[in-house]
Structures are given as C-alpha cells and as structure tokens.
Design a protein around this ligand. Structure first.
Ligand code: NAD
Ligand code: TYD
Length: 341
C-alpha cells in the first residue's frame, strides 16, 4: 500500500529534488511538503509537483509545534524525512542563532511529535561537514561513520548537534531513526549562493568569480539525484539507529571546478578573482561510502563529467527560475557578503 511521506524543507534544493524523485518513483505514495519558505525556499520550484494530486504543500515552520502536530495528526505520516535547515556556511558565520533554532530545535520538535504520535520512521538528512575536515596532504584519509564528530562552522556544529539528538532519541526512547551524512550536492534548483550555481551565473554575466583563499579546498561532489536514491533506499530498509555516509569518491578542488565551468561556458579564466578566505574554512571533505554500498547496494550513478554538463544546461534553460531569485533580496546578500572582499 502507498505510504505517506512528510518531506520538510521540500521547497529547497535537495528536498525539492527528493519530492520529484519520490513522486516519480512511487506513484502510489502521498508526499506532503512542510516548508516555511525562507529565502532559500521557492514555491516556483514546486510548480510541477503542485499539479500532482499526490502532492500537498504546507507553509509551516518545523519549530511550530502546534502547527506541525495538527498536520501530522491529519496526514498520519509513515515516514518523516527532515531536509529543513539553514544550510549555508557563510550565513552561519554571520548569523549563527537561526541555525541553532531551525537545525537543532526544529529537529527536536519534529522528533518529539514523531515520538508522541508514534510515527514509524524519522530520517534526518545530515552532512559530512559534521566530521570537520581532512588535511590535503593525506589523500588516504576518508570520513567513515565512526570518524569522530568535529564540526568547524556554526552550520556544521548545528547539524552535529541535531545528529547527536537524533541518536540520543533512538537510544533513550527507541525512536525509529536513521541518519544520512552526504557530501556536497550539485544539480537543478541549487540556490545561487552556493559555489557551483554562483559561478555559473556570474560567468554568464561576465562578472568576477570569487574564489575563497587559494582555491585549493576540496569537496566530494555528488549529483543530487544520487543523494535522493540513497535516502529512498535507507528509508525503505528496516535497520534502525543507523548512520550512512553518502558520497561519490569525486574529490575536486574549488579552483578546478571554477575553471571547468568557465571552459564549458566559453568564458575567460580572467574572471577568476581570489578573495579573502572563509573564516575557519574546511580544507577537504572525502566520504568513504563502503557501508551504504555493502548494506543497501547504493552507488553513485552519475559521473561528474555528465552531472556538471546536465547542471550547466539546466541553468541555461531555466534562467527565469534563477533570475527571479537574484533580482530580489539576493542582491543585498551578495553586496554584504562579497562587497568587502
Ligand atoms: P536549502 O537551503 O536549499 O533548503 C532548505 C529548505 O528548508 C528551504 O526550502 C527552506 O525554506 C526550508 N526551511 C528552512 N528553515 C525552515 C524551518 N524552520 N521550517 C521549515 N522549513 C525551513 O538546503 P539544501 O541544500 O537543500 O539542504 C537540505 C538538507 O540537506 C539540509 O539539512 C542540509 O544540511 C543537508 N545537506 C546539504 C548538502 C548540500 O550540498 N546542499 C549536503 C549534505 C547535506
Ligand atoms: P559551498 O557551496 O558554500 O558549500 P560548503 O561550504 O558547504 O562546502 O562552498 C563550496 C566550496 O566553495 C567551499 O570550499 C567554499 C568555496 N566557495 C568559494 O570559493 N567562493 C564562493 O563564492 C562560495 C560560495 C564558495
């Protein structure tokens, strides 16, 4: 029988990709999106989903206990998948408080309700950033699920705090939980403040491409659809209290990504502008995905060369989507964030 899945943060980048993935993969499921539409949430992203009778959108903050309780009582979810978060490291350096509110207290609110209403499954979408970083001169080192939590930024610390709470709720109350810790995603609907879309859009406008520090920081990039597939596998497996690292063995230095984007768009590398480094900037992230491969048979299907091509094409053919974003409040954000650099 079809399940009902509540997807929090479904108007953001990964959550919306997950909504579309699930509507397509499980046509007998009901998908209920809970999102309070912060600057990062965009209803136009869900335009096609809103035409699907199996999809419902609720504008709701995950910290709003009464509102979420009413909704959960009404829709009786089989699974809650929590994507809702403040997600940008640079913003967390400027305004950490909201990260604690949404990422920790919001997660706790959802779990308290899952516990009270005996919802059969809570899945927390976490990040490899909870492990801190790895040195550039030790390419043999990777994050495994038993790597100690060692967060660097207010963002990653808030995600780490949530992860610890999720595991504590499992141990203390036997809440049926799972956690996925994924590396950097890229793909459609990625908000333009993040590296890849920001560089594509600036390059298209012949504007400087701001590379932090020496540009040698390494991220392990995964196409967003592969992340969605991993979560789908995890939530349909019976093992509880498990943490899964999700990553693509696709490490790239920021500078190499920026050069690749410029090449694909036929733009000059003269657009690259080195700017002041991010405070506390993590040097390298690299995931060891052995556990999810062995237990659930997951592997990253999209090669970076194909994924980046698809992503650039998507931004070229969805200009209206990102123009609407960059013409609004984003202008003020950009001026504040990059003005002094
Ligand atoms: P995003 O910033 O694009 O989207 C976040 C969404 O959550 C937005 O739609 C926003 O409106 C919503 N939201 C924020 N606060 C809320 C609240 N209090 N109540 C309800 N909705 C709220 O983020 P993303 O990149 O899609 O990330 C989704 C999740 O995946 C996050 O938990 C993030 O930590 C995690 N993650 C992201 C990446 C990545 O590369 N982007 C990698 C690993 C893990
Ligand atoms: P980002 O997309 O913010 O993801 P995260 O910090 O969560 O990994 O940044 C990815 C990398 O790109 C990170 O090393 C910071 C760097 N970066 C820049 O060099 N310039 C930029 O304008 C941005 C947004 C990021």
């Amino acid at each position: 029988m079809g399940k009902t899945i509540v997807v929090t943060g479904g108007a953001g980048f990964i959550g919306s990709n997950f909504v579309y993935y699930m509507l397509d993969k499980h046509p007998d499921y009901k998908i209920v999106c809970v999102d309070c539409l912060t600057y990062a949430g965009n209803l136009s992203t869900l335009k096609t989903a809103l035409e699907n009778p199996n999809f419902r959108f609720e504008k709701l903050n995950i910290c709003d206990r009464a509102g979420v309780e009413k909704l959960f009582k009404e829709v009786k979810p089989d699974i809650v998948v929590n994507f809702a978060a403040e997600s940008h490291v640079d913003r967390s350096i400027k305004t950490p408080g909201i990260f604690v509110d949404t990422n920790i207290k919001g997660t706790q609110t959802l779990m308290d309700l899952c516990r009270e209403l005996e919802i059969p499954r809570f899945h927390q979408v976490s990040t490899d950033e909870v492990y801190g970083d790895l040195p550039l001169d030790r390419p043999d080192l990777f994050f495994t699920e038993s790597t100690p939590i060692h967060a660097s930024s207010p963002y990653s610390a808030s995600k780490a705090g949530a992860d610890l709470l999720v595991l504590a709720y499992h141990r203390t109350y036997q809440l049926p939980v799972t956690i996925s810790r994924c590396s950097n995603n890229y793909g459609p609907y990625h908000f333009p403040e993040k590296l890849i879309p920001l560089m594509i859009i600036n390059a298209l406008h012949d504007q400087p491409l701001p590379v932090y520090g020496d540009g040698l920081n390494v991220r392990d990039w995964l196409y967003v659809e592969d992340h969605c597939k991993a979560i789908d596998l995890i939530i349909h497996d019976d093992r509880l209290g498990e943490v899964y690292n999700v990553g693509g063995h696709n490490e790239m230095a920021n500078l190499d990504i920026v050069k690749l984007i410029l090449k694909k768009l036929g733009k000059s590398e003269d657009l690259i502008t080195f700017v002041a480094d991010r405070k506390g900037h993590d040097r390298r992230y690299a995931i060891d995905p052995t556990k999810i491969k062995q237990q659930l048979g997951w592997f990253p299907e999209t090669k970076f060369a194909d994924g980046i091509e698809k992503t650039i094409d998507w931004y070229l053919s969805h200009e209206a989507w990102w123009q609407e974003i960059i013409s609004g409040d984003y202008q003020n954000y950009y001026a504040k964030m990059y003005g002094g650099k």
